[in-house]
Design a protein around this ligand. Structure first.
Ligand code: GTP
Length: 345
């Protein structure tokens, strides 16, 4: 069993966070994101993992190395130019002649991969696609299935009035189990997508093509600032199975207040009367006197000066938030942003 993680997208929706850090390795609760996917593959004993890269590949390769620190064998393959999801899989998996788990490299989940593989095998499927139910499916492409789990059709972003009559709320979760036969259906070095090219072809050729419908497992893609922040709230809220509380050693004044769900990175320094509520601080963040950080994610080496208030924001690496600045909900600051004292954003 092999795995391919598609990790070559530009991550435009997550800008400015992805200007210097490619999406697959943005820190999530202070770990490079891909490590969560590698963890669940390792748990299912899928140890041979190929990363399909395109955007800033060297940063990803340098950080994760050959996977030995994570207990897996990692291989990085960089495309000559972006090939789309299916084209990237074809390029990266060219030599693979076994069943393969394919992951979109921006999906945070606690799915049991072993159970998924078992279902794929027991149904004799050529392809299995994981579906997840969502509350508001209007933003997504929907997938309709038969009683026995066979995939019937894909519907791209139906209108709200159509949705009610369709009664479907399952979307493509970006996790697939594919037989090498699928690889053979994709042209080499041609930009192609699973959604628009490969899946319709599997349906047209009447291949055994099944859904695995999530039932209570956690799933969220971290591809927008809103969902990136929500993923952190979910981790702190204990909604993602198997993630232990990850606070490291840090320094804090006795008069500082840090709630029990917040995750504080190594070497942080939290000064007297500062308050940290429901937030994640990266390594070496300094929070000065009376600053308040709430419902936010702050990347490493950022300094929050005295009296600043940050709520519902994402702040990149090595930023400086001036004294008494107010940073409100939905703000996303790129690396090295400097906010002058008393700024309001
Ligand atoms: P946006 O630009 O914000 O849409 O993000 P994205 O570029 O990551 O695109 P999208 O979220 O649709 O991609 C889903 C997954 O496929 C992500 O994990 C991407 O890294 C990956 N991906 C998308 N396009 C390519 C590609 O051309 N090559 C490779 N190797 N991976 C890709």
């Amino acid at each position: 069993m092999q795995a391919v993680i598609l990790a070559g997208g530009k991550g435009t929706r997550l800008r400015p966070l992805t200007v210097y850090t490619p999406k697959p390795i943005v820190p999530v609760a202070n770990r490079p994101f891909l490590q969560y996917q590698i963890d669940i593959l390792r748990k299912a004993e899928v140890l041979d993992i190929t990363l399909s890269l395109s955007y800033q590949p060297d940063k990803i390769e340098m950080l994760l190395g050959d996977g030995s620190d994570l207990g897996v064998n990692l291989k990085c393959i960089t495309e000559p130019n972006p090939l789309g999801t299916a084209g990237a899989y074809r390029y990266a998996a060219d030599q693979i002649r076994e069943t393969t788990v394919v992951f979109n490299g921006d999906v945070l989940t606690d799915i049991d991969i072993a159970k998924l593989i078992e279902q794929h095998r027991s149904r004799g499927a050529t392809a299995t696609i994981v579906l997840t139910p969502v509350e508001d499916p209007s933003r997504y492409g929907l997938v309709e299935t038969a009683e026995d789990g066979q995939i019937l059709r894909f519907l791209e972003k139906p209108k709200p009035e159509e949705l009610a009559s369709l009664g479907i709320n399952t979307i493509n979760a970006g996790i697939y189990i594919l037989e090498p036969e699928v690889l053979d259906m994709i042209e080499y070095e041609v930009n192609t997508s699973f959604e628009y090219d490969v899946f319709p072809k599997l349906l047209a050729e009447k291949k055994p093509f099944f859904a695995y419908i999530m039932d209570g497992e956690y799933w969220r893609d971290i591809g927008t600032p809103e969902s990136y922040l929500e993923a952190h709230q979910d981790i702190m809220g204990g909604k993602v199975a198997g993630l232990e509380h990850m606070t490291a050693d840090y320094e804090s004044a006795t008069a500082a207040s840090i709630d029990s769900v917040s995750i504080i990175g190594e070497d942080c320094n939290i000064k007297p009367n500062a308050r940290i509520i429901n937030s994640v601080l990266g390594k070496n963040v300094v929070v000065e006197e009376k600053a308040v950080i709430e419902n936010s994610v702050i990347w490493s080496h950022t300094r929050v000066a005295a009296g600043a208030e940050i709520d519902g924001a994402i702040i990149g690496r090595s930023c400086h938030i001036g004294r008494n600045a107010v940073v409100g909900p939905d703000t996303v600051l790129g690396d090295k942003t400097q906010l002058t004292d008393y700024t309001k954003v």
